[in-house]
Design a binder for this molecule. Structure first.
Ligand code: SF4
Ligand code: SF4
Ligand code: SF4
Length: 571
């Protein structure tokens, strides 16, 4: 251990710790901008500069190691002046459109500028605006707001995609894709991890809010919303509630106040996905089909496989994602039951994800979803409608797609799809009394492995979250080092609870709590409190099979609930 003093507060930290880590222990806040826990630590932005004994000049606290007896000062006039000048230099090339910026009131640069009394125009604002890249169906890039922190580049590299990086030199330096092409023309998988890493309004989702408002006020349209499993655990953050607050009742109530709309629960088609996927797995295992079978509910992962591992496409479950299953059910079964023409039904999916915005454009999925909006876009609509979210009385989802199982809820966390599928597979083979909880696949570690006996057979499974981890697992399978029967992959680290469309969380919060674990816990609590724990128990799913699909993997189920994949180019 090493003994140091931060602003006179004595702390003892492991050797090799940085000043930033020591300051955290001493409860002293040092501002950061380019640093992001688990993503990047490069000391380039110079916001975290401090004075330290034994150091020459100011040093970057995020990378500078402590030494025995070191005394650190984080709040001297020299330090404050340096930070203020750094912010003012950033502002000199920044498109200052704070009033209308997507990150207004939630921007890390804006917060720092206020804290340090930075002058917006101290170094002038004479710079050219750069073109906005909005060709991608998922992510918009506005380099005129970029502060060159490179957090997005690090996030994309961690995903092992690397389609964005710094280009040019000096004043002309900017973030972009090779050969100056739009993000839409790269093998980007639309995961949006660059968006959640960005501290400012330089990256954001392609918004569908205006289209949804247009449908709501159109008297010809029947508008239905459905919300993905993880939204209930994250939407509250956009209204200042603590991370991990379950706001399901408030969310359903707020959506129904947006206009004459219905609000359904996507956990139901997470349950439907499990019915199809668990049966597909059992069929592959029993009939000698292609294994290991990979889950297919994450469109970021599916596109990754199409670009980088096309040889594995036969291994992907043919099941559509819960989003696409729900939209197909609504535009067929629901329309028939309610005498609505499919073209008059406007289906809005609320998702944690920028990849699902791309997914709805895939022709093989039938274009059943009219708009996919992120958690952030839903929060924006609720605010725009003047709804008092914190005090709204809770409501239930609308029938017939309201009550779902706890298995559907945990879909939003890494390991959740695997556990939900194992519950139903165990029931199909073993009947009542089969195990409900498969705890080995829970948790936010990058890769989890387990071995279970299901109906007398041994099933080896793996769960990977984040595409860097997915790549490791795939390479181990390809080399023969590992042998699994079932593999769950979610593109986003932690799964959908940390998706690219989830509420922005300031670096200070991200750096101080295990955001993924706290959000996931809200879903596991929801599962535990649910009277239904398994997908096959969900009444709406039973009705759908009884009245429409017949049985899992039926001809009709294949027609509406399953899909195909295509090989795509990589660079
Ligand atoms: S969306 Fe994902 S793959 Fe695309 S640039 Fe951003 S981090 Fe990279
Ligand atoms: S786009 Fe955002 S995350 Fe990327 S370098 Fe610019 S400011 Fe940083
Ligand atoms: S993990 Fe979830 S949020 Fe992330 S890309 Fe996949 S489906 Fe979307």
């Amino acid at each position: 251990m090493v003994n140091v003093k931060i602003n006179g507060i004595a702390v003892s930290v492991p050797e090799g710790s940085t000043i930033l880590e020591a300051a955290k222990l001493a409860n002293v806040r040092i501002p950061t901008l380019c640093y992001l826990k688990d993503v990047q630590c490069v000391g380039s932005c110079r916001m975290c500069l401090v004075e330290a004994t034994g150091a020459r000049g100011l040093v970057a606290a995020c990378v500078y190691p402590v030494s025995e007896g070191m005394e650190v000062r984080t709040n001297t006039p020299r330090v404050r002046k340096s930070r203020k000048t750094t912010i003012e230099l950033i502002l000199s090339t920044h498109k200052k459109k704070c009033l209308s910026c997507v990150r207004s009131m939630n921007c890390e640069l804006q917060k720092l500028a206020l804290e340090y009394n930075a002058e917006e125009d101290r170094f002038g604002t004479d710079h050219d605006l750069k073109p906005v890249d909005d060709l991608s169906p998922s992510v918009v890039r506005d380099n005129s707001k970029c502060v060159m922190c490179t957090r997005c580049v690090a996030a994309c590299s961690l995903q092992t995609i690397g389609v964005i990086g710094p280009k040019h030199r000096g004043y002309a330096k900017e973030i972009g894709s090779p050969y100056d092409v739009s993000l839409a023309h790269t093998p980007c998988v639309n995961c949006g991890q660059c968006v959640v890493a960005c501290p400012v309004g330089a990256l954001y989702e392609k918004s569908s809010v205006a289209d949804v408002w247009g449908a709501i006020v159109n008297p010809e349209k029947h508008v239905v919303f459905f919300t993905a499993p993880s939204i209930k655990a994250t939407l509250g953050e956009a209204f200042g509630m603590p991370v991990g607050t379950n706001v399901e009742g408030k969310m359903a109530a707020a959506i129904k106040q947006l206009g004459d709309v219905k609000c359904f629960n996507m956990d139901i088609t997470a349950d439907l996905t499990i019915m199809e996927e668990a049966n597909e797995l059992l069929e592959r295992l029993m009939k000698g089909g292609v294994t290991p079978m990979f889950t297919s509910c994450c469109p970021g992962w599916v596109k990754f496989a199409e670009h980088y591992y096309p040889e594995l496409l036969p291994n992907l479950s043919t099941c559509k994602s819960p989003q696409e299953m729900f939209s197909a059910v609504l535009k067929t079964y629901y329309c028939q039951k309610n005498g609505i023409k499919p073209e008059d039904l406007y289906v809005v999916s609320v998702i944690p994800c920028t990849a699902k915005k791309f997914e709805i454009t895939r022709p093989e999925l039938g274009h059943y979803t009219d708009a996919a909006i992120t958690t952030r876009e839903l929060a924006k609509m609720i605010k725009e409608a003047g709804i008092d979210f914190a005090n709204i009385a809770e409501s239930e989802f609308d029938t017939p797609f309201g009550e779902a199982s706890g298995a559907g809820a945990i879909f939003g966390a890494t390991g959740g799809v695997m556990e939900a599928a194992l519950r139903t597979a165990a029931f199909v083979l073993g009947g009542d009394g089969s195990p409900i909880e498969f705890r080995e696949v829970r948790g936010t570690q990058g890769v989890k492995e387990a071995e279970y006996t299901v109906g007398g057979s041994t099933v080896k499974v793996a769960v990977a979250n984040g595409l860097g981890n997915a790549r490791k697992v795939i390479e181990q399978i390809k080399s023969g080092e590992k042998d699994y029967q079932f593999v769950e992959i979610m593109a986003c680290p932690g799964g959908c609870i940390n998706g690219g469309g989830q509420p922005y969380v300031h670096d200070e919060v991200r750096n101080s709590i295990d955001l993924k674990a706290v959000r996931a816990q809200a879903l596991y609590d929801c599962d535990k409190e649910n009277r239904l724990r398994c997908s096959h128990e969900t009444p709406a799913v039973e009705t759908l099979y009884k009245e429409f699909f017949g049985k899992p993997l039926s001809h009709k189920a294949h027609e509406l609930l399953h899909t195909t994949y295509e090989k795509r180019e990589k660079y």
